[in-house]
Ligand binder design. Structure first.
Ligand code: MG
Length: 686
C-alpha cells in the first residue's frame, strides 16, 4: 500500500498498531488517515474516536474493513468516517480512491472558508438578510433578525404572516422583476405596527436561483426623519409653521401649470399687516413674533373651507397660504370662477384680522391691506403674479389701509359691485323686493288674451329696478335661482288663482331655470305649490329653454313626463337659438314651442328670418305642438305670423308686461288680426 501511494505522489507514514498511529500523528499530523478496523492494542475505532475528538471532522479518515464485514462498514458510517475501503484491496486503484477523497476534502475546506467569509460579510452589513422562496416563504434568516422584529421566523413562516398584503405584493413584484431581468430590485415601504410610530424600510432583492431570492432589509427611519426635517426647514416658516416663500413659489408655479392645462383662473392675494412695524418698534420683536403667529392662525381660520364655500363659488378646499417673510403673507385660490370670489375671501380675512389682539394688558387692532392679481389676466408666471399682487397691495395701502385692491384697478369696482349685488340678492327674497309682472299672450283664433307669461322684477332699495338679465345669471351661478324660481312659481300660481276666482281662467306661463329642473324634488315642489294655491295644473305652462333640455336629457325627460302626467303644460322657450333637432323634439312631451323674438324682429324685411319662422311653425305643427311667437312689435309682424298659422302672439305691440290688476283689465279687450301673405311667399307650400 505504501508503495502504491508513494507512487501516486503521497508521503506515507506507516504505524504498526493503534498506539503507534496516535503517537506518530501527534508528532507530525497527517492530511489524511487510513485505519484498519482490526489492529492489536487500540483498534481502528478507538484511534478514530481519538482523532475525531482531537482534530474534528475536518480530517478525512478512511476505515479499512473486511469484505463482508457489514457491521464494521455500518459502524464506520455511523461514527462519521469519511469513507471506507474493503479488503482485499485493489492495489492498482487504491491511489485513485485516495486522490478522489482528497479532492472532495479540499472542496469541502474551500466551501467552509467561503461560508466563513460570507458569514463575516453578512454580519458586517447592518441589513436583515433573508431568503424568500418563490412561494413567498421565508426560508432562512441569514443575519440581523433584530433589525426587523416584525419578521416571523418560526416554521411555515410565509411573508404574509409578517407583513400587510400590499407590502407582500411589493416583495413579490420586485422578486418577479429581479428574476425576469436579472437585476437588483430596490424599493421602500413604510410599516406601522400597532402602538408604534411608522418606520421606513428599504429593501433590495437579488436572485439566487429560480426558486429563491435574497432580501436585504434596512431600517431607514432615521434617514427619512432627517429628510423630512430638512424638507420642513427648507419649505416652512419656523415662526408660523406656514409654507415659506420657496414653497409658495413652487406651489404657485404648479397651480399655474394646472390652470393653463384646465383653462381655469386663479388668484394670488398679497397681504401685509398695517402698522406691524410700530408693534415691533414699541413692544419688541418677541411681541411682534407672537402677533405674527396669531395673525397666521387667523389667516388659517378665515380661509378654512367651511367658512368660505357657503359664501362664494370658489372651491376653497385647496386655498394655499404662505408667509413670505416679515408681516407679508400670501394666499393662492386655484379654480377661481369669478373675480369677486377672491374679493369675498379678502374681505373675510380683513374682518378676521380687525378683531383686537390682547397684548400686555392692552388691545391692539391690526388691519390688513390686500392686493389681488389674477391668472391669466395679470400675469402668466409666478414671479409676475406675485409682483403684481404686491403692487396691488401698495395700492390698497394708498387707499387708506384696511383695504383690498385688484391689480387691474377697474376690476376692483366691478367686482365690488357684483359682490354687493350678490349680497343684496341673497336678502332680496326675505325683504320682499321681488314682484311679478305679466305679459299677455293673444289667442289668434279667439282674438283675446287667454294666457300670460309671468316675469320677475327686482326693486332694489337704493338702486331701483334691476333687469332680470342683470341678476338672473348671477342667481344661476350661486344657486339662488332655486329659491327665487320657487318664489316665482308660488307667486304666479297664487295671483293667477285669484283671476280664476274672478271667473277669468287664464293660463299662466312660468320660466324655469335648468338648475330647477335638475333638482330631484322639482316635480313634488310644483305639485305642492299647485295644491296649496288651488291653481289648476292644466292652466300652468312651464317654459324651459333648449339648453336645459339638452343637458342631462334622461333625467330631464323623466321630469317632463312626470309633469305631463299631472296635466301641466310644457313650452320650449327661445326656440331656434339652441341646437335641438326636430327629430329629438318629437320624443319630448312638450305642448308648445315659443319662436325666439330674434327671428320675429326682422320678419317683414329679412327673407331668411321669414323662411326660418315659416319652417319652424310648419314643422312644429306637424309634430303636434302649438306655436307662440314672442317679441311682436308691429301689426305687420302679427299679420304675417297669423298667415303662417301661429296660434299665440306675445309682444309690446299688444302689451308690455303689466301688473296683475292691469292684466285683468286687458282680458276684456278684443283683437282682430287679418292674416297677410308676405311678399315672395309661395301660398301653396305655406
Ligand atoms: Mg319665457
Amino acid at each position: 500500500m505504501q508503495a502504491a501511494l508513494e507512487k501516486a505522489g503521497f508521503d506515507v507514514t506507516v504505524a504498526c498498531d493503534g498506539a503507534e498511529a496516535v503517537r506518530l500523528f501527534e508528532k507530525a499530523p497527517a492530511d489524511m488517515v487510513m485505519l484498519d478496523v482490526e489492529m492489536p492494542g487500540m483498534n481502528g475505532y478507538q484511534v478514530f474516536s481519538y482523532l475525531r475528538e482531537k482534530i474534528g471532522d475536518e480530517l478525512p479518515i478512511m476505515m479499512v474493513t473486511g469484505m463482508d464485514d457489514m457491521q464494521s462498514i455500518n459502524h464506520a458510517f455511523e461514527a462519521g468516517a469519511t469513507d471506507f475501503i474493503a479488503k482485499p484491496i485493489n492495489w492498482n486503484l487504491i491511489a485513485y480512491r485516495i486522490l478522489y477523497l482528497r479532492r472532495g476534502y479540499l472542496n469541502m475546506l474551500a466551501l467552509k472558508i467561503a461560508n466563513a467569509r460570507s458569514k463575516a460579510i453578512f454580519s458586517a452589513i447592518p441589513d436583515t438578510m433573508f431568503i424568500l422562496s418563490d412561494k413567498g416563504i421565508v426560508i432562512d434568516i441569514c443575519s440581523h433578525p433584530d433589525n426587523t422584529p416584525w419578521l416571523i421566523t418560526d416554521a411555515e413562516n410565509t411573508l404574509s404572516r409578517s407583513l400587510p398584503e400590499e407590502i407582500v405584493n411589493l416583495y413579490q413584484g420586485a422578486a418577479d422583476r429581479a428574476r425576469n431581468h436579472g437585476t437588483v430590485e430596490l424599493f421602500e415601504y413604510p410599516l406601522k405596527l400597532a402602538g408604534e410610530k411608522t418606520r421606513y424600510y428599504e429593501n433590495r432583492i437579488v436572485v439566487i436561483d429560480p426558486q429563491e431570492t435574497l432580501c436585504l432589509v434596512r431600517d431607514i427611519t432615521e434617514r427619512k426623519d432627517s429628510e423630512s426635517k430638512i424638507f420642513h426647514l427648507a419649505y416652512f416658516d419656523n415662526l408660523t409653521g406656514l409654507p415659506n416663500r420657496q414653497s409658495f413659489m413652487e406651489r404657485l408655479e404648479g397651480e399655474i401649470k394646472r390652470a393653463r392645462y384646465t383653462g381655469n383662473k386663479l388668484a394670488v392675494l398679497f397681504l401685509d399687516l398695517d402698522g406691524f412695524k410700530s408693534i415691533n418698534d414699541t413692544m419688541g420683536h418677541n411681541t411682534g413674533d407672537i402677533v405674527l403667529q396669531w395673525a397666521a392662525e387667523r389667516l388659517q381660520s378665515s380661509t378654512r373651507p367651511s367658512d368660505f364655500v357657503s359664501r362664494s363659488n370658489a372651491d376653497q378646499s385647496e386655498v394655499k397660504l404662505a408667509r413670505l417673510g416679515g408681516d407679508e403673507f400670501t394666499v393662492v385660490i386655484p379654480n377661481l370662477s369669478r373675480a369677486e370670489d377672491a374679493l369675498i375671501l379678502a374681505h373675510r380675512i380683513r374682518e378676521t384680522m380687525r378683531r383686537p389682539f390682547h397684548l400686555e394688558s392692552r388691545d391692539v387692532v391690526l388691519t390688513a391691506s390686500i392686493g389681488i392679481a389674477l391668472y391669466p389676466d395679470d400675469g402668466a408666471d409666478a414671479e409676475t403674479l406675485l409682483k403684481h399682487a404686491d403692487t396691488a397691495m401698495y395700492h390698497a395701502k394708498n387707499e387708506g389701509r384696511d383695504n383690498c385692491q385688484f391689480y387691474n384697478i377697474n376690476l376692483t369696482s366691478q367686482a365690488e359691485k357684483r359682490m354687493h349685488l350678490e349680497n343684496d340678492l341673497r336678502n332680496a327674497l326675505q325683504q320682499n323686493e321681488f314682484y311679478l309682472v305679466y305679459q299677455p299672450q293673444l289667442d289668434v283664433i279667439k282674438e283675446s288674451f287667454l294666457s300670460a307669461e309671468a316675469l320677475i322684477r327686482w326693486q332694489r332699495p337704493k338702486q331701483g329696478l334691476i333687469a332680470p338679465a342683470d341678476f338672473i345669471p348671477l342667481a344661476e351661478e350661486n344657486g339662488l335661482i332655486i329659491p327665487i324660481g320657487e318664489w316665482v312659481l308660488r307667486t304666479a300660481c297664487t295671483e293667477a288663482a285669484r283671476w280664476h276666482q274672478n271667473g277669468q281662467s287664464l293660463q299662466v306661463a312660468v320660466n324655469l331655470s335648468p338648475l330647477q329642473i335638475k333638482n330631484p324634488d322639482f316635480v313634488q315642489n310644483v305639485l305642492g305649490v299647485l295644491s296649496e294655491t288651488g291653481f289648476p295644473p292644466d292652466k300652468l305652462v312651464l317654459e324651459i329653454t333648449e339648453g336645459a333640455l339638452m343637458e342631462h336629457s334622461e333625467n330631464t325627460l323623466a321630469t317632463l313626463l312626470a309633469l305631463r302626467e299631472h296635466h301641466i303644460q310644457i313650452a320650449l322657450d327661445d326656440f331656434g337659438t339652441g341646437y335641438s333637432s326636430m327629430n329629438y323634439l318629437k320624443r319630448l312631451p312638450i305642448n308648445h314651442i315659443k319662436v325666439d323674438q330674434s327671428f320675429v324682429r326682422g320678419l317683414q324685411d329679412n327673407k331668411e328670418n321669414l323662411a326660418i319662422v315659416r319652417a319652424i311653425i310648419s314643422l312644429a305643427k306637424n309634430l303636434g305642438f302649438s306655436v307662440t311667437a314672442e317679441g311682436i312689435e308691429s301689426l305687420h309682424q302679427a299679420q304675417i305670423l297669423k298667415y303662417f298659422g301661429c296660434e299665440t302672439l306675445q309682444g309690446y305691440y299688444f302689451s308690455e308686461p303689466v301688473t296683475i290688476q292691469e292684466m285683468l283689465a286687458l282680458t276684456d279687450k278684443q283683437w282682430s288680426i287679418q292674416a297677410l301673405k308676405p311678399p315672395g311667399v309661395n301660398h301653396e307650400s305655406s
